[in-house]
Design a protein around this ligand. Structure first.
Ligand code: KG4
Ligand code: ZN
Length: 345
């Protein structure tokens, strides 16, 4: 068991994130950002998706320099760190092992507490990073976590008391973006590119079907297939169809995906009576979903919480803030803790 901390005046948490293809480290002081470093792995682009074995190797290469830089940019020394928070899961096992092993070793070497963090909880807790001009949600609130690996609607009762009330039964929404982009010949990750082209296209140009899934659950595998059949049919008639219509296709894809998400979110608000809605995860960078939420604030009097861009895709600041709140509760891990590829919220 690592040493118990002395409750110093300032709490410095070093966060480490390595669950997928971003190696990230951040330092928070009393919940405020002091540094936030992300090394995004480019090696996967040529494969059209994340290659787990290559991700683990790249984490091994990046983790030491990324952590060094996070500590240096925070203008502190290693001895100032109060505790180390790391992503225990969910994620790719080989990737998680790099961050987990490093966090354990550093905690042992420095004699400071170790704090395990659930990546999906951290996407939600990113809203609690102290930022001027940003309001924090109050409990209970609804959070929709939308990323390359997950699509969930979560009722957040407290920092670490969260209830999944809806989730995808197949693909994640980020995959729907990335796979649609791949069909259009765009590189990985295609989500941001669909967003870029969609801004200049007509969202009603083409119609894609919305899945019929019960309750608050989502499904995106049929959507991706519909995009594939549509593009195949059109390019048979006109080989230049994609080139001529890229912006309209992207706008129509984005419009449909945002509608699918918003339909369920509206249903969740209706069922729970909670009108505070937060989003998190890579897809929360999407301009379509952001605009839909701004619209819902005006139209339905929701109070929406939209993260800053740097806290949408995977980052370690969100791991550090989750660590900060566990630190306040003195909730520490011992050295027998292990990475968990599947890890419930
Ligand atoms: O949270 P994240 O960085 O990693 C996971 O935990 O999966 O999310 C990555 C996902 C990718 O699927 C990427 O295409 C998507 O987020 N994404 C976007 C946008 N920015 C990132 N999707 C749509 N529009 C965007 N602007
Ligand atoms: Zn994520």
């Amino acid at each position: 068991m690592p040493n118990k901390p002395q409750m110093a005046e300032d709490i410095y948490i070093l966060g480490i994130e390595s669950s997928c293809d971003d190696t990230a480290a951040a330092v928070l002081c009393n919940g405020k950002i002091r540094s936030n470093i992300v090394a995004t792995q480019k090696v996967h682009q040529q494969y059209g998706g994340v290659v787990p074995e290559l991700a683990s190797r790249a984490h091994q290469q990046n983790i030491v320099p990324v952590i060094h830089q996070a500590i240096a940019n925070a203008n502190i020394g290693k001895k100032d760190i109060s505790a180390i928070a790391f992503t225990r899961g969910p994620g790719l096992m080989g990737s998680l092992l790099v961050g987990t092993s490093f966090a354990k070793s550093l905690s042992m070497g420095l004699g400071i507490p170790l704090i395990e963090v659930n990546h999906m909880q951290a996407h939600i807790l990113a809203h609690f990073i102290e930022e001027d001009g940003f309001k924090k949600p109050e409990f209970p609130f609804l959070a929709m976590t939308i990323s390359g690996g997950h699509t969930q609607i979560v009722k957040v009762n407290d920092y670490f008391t969260m209830e999944v009330i809806g989730e995808t039964i197949d693909d994640a929404v980020g995959e729907a973006f990335d796979k649609s982009a791949k069909i259009l010949g765009l590189p990985y990750p295609g989500g941001p590119l669909i967003d870029k082209y969609a801004r200049e296209g007509d969202p009603k140009a083409f119609k894609f079907p919305k899945p019929k899934v019960g309750g608050l659950d989502f499904s995106f595998s049929g959507f991706k297939t519909a995009v594939l059949y549509f593009v195949e049919k059109q390019t048979k008639e006109d080989p230049d169809f994609i080139e001529k219509n890229l912006k309209d296709i992207c706008a129509s894809i984005q419009y449909t995906i945002v509608e699918i998400l918003m339909d369920k979110l509206k249903k969740a608000v209706k069922e729970t009576g909670i009108k505070q809605v937060a989003i998190g995860g890579g897809v929360s960078a999407n301009s379509g979903i952001r605009n839909a939420l701004y619209d819902a604030e005006r139209r339905y009097k929701w109070q929406c919480f939209i993260p800053k861009f740097e806290y949408t895709t995977d980052n370690a600041a969100m791991i550090a803030i989750a660590g900060h709140y566990k630190y306040l509760k003195q909730e520490f891990s011992d050295f027998s803790t292990t990475a968990q590829a599947r890890y419930k919220i």
